[in-house]
Design a protein around this ligand. Structure first.
Ligand SMILES: [Zn+2]
Length: 178
């Protein structure tokens, strides 16, 4: 496995095995890849997390103290794990998580730059959920959000070069990055 100096996520370009750097050793993690949609092709790959989680939203209270219904469901999230500005990470994670991406075997190509650990990916999922609740058309004052991961995998995400930027080959989302 080859990797950059700050990488904590590894995908073997020979067999596709995934691993994360734990406190003392590499820990194997299941791995998969997303297939580019028709008309797009993978020019390069970047790592992410595919996480299924039970999400519980309750104690939704408005500014006047009014309580509105919460919800709970099993949701799937795809969180890019390479270095991105929040303003690129948020729309890309939202688009990938709502796309019904088709999976394939991990490509026999480099997929480096994974620096976001699973704990931080779960923190980011919380941020996405809270953000979506705040965007609902009521004046939300407080909300309780619980996220429990049911399973997680490392996922290779396909990108195309687009001028000086990258275009996600699954969602079409354009991000700064190299
Ligand atoms: Zn291998």
């Amino acid at each position: 496995m080859t990797a950059g100096p700050h990488d904590i996520i590894f995908l073997c370009r020979h067999c596709g095995s995934g691993a994360v750097l734990g406190d003392t050793e590499l820990e194997l993690v299941e791995s998969t890849a997303l297939l580019p949609v028709p008309g797009r092709r993978a020019m390069l790959w970047r790592p992410g997390w595919s996480i299924e989680a039970d999400v519980v939203v309750d104690d939704r209270r408005g500014i006047g103290g009014r309580v509105t219904p919460g919800w709970s469901s099993l949701r799937k999230f795809i969180i890019p794990a390479f270095s991105l500005d929040l303003q690129d990470l948020t729309p890309l994670a939202r688009a990938l998580s709502s796309a019904a991406g088709t999976t394939r075997e991990v490509p026999k190509e480099p997929c480096q730059g994974g620096t976001l650990d699973l704990v931080d990916a779960l923190v980011f999922i919380r941020y996405l959920i809270v953000g979506a609740e705040v965007e609902r058309p009521d004046d939300l004052a407080t909300v309780r959000v619980e996220i429990s991961a049911v399973n997680h995998r490392i996922v290779a995400l396909p990108f195309q070069k687009h001028d000086e930027r990258l275009r996600c080959a699954v969602t079409g989302t354009i991000i700064r990055g190299k």
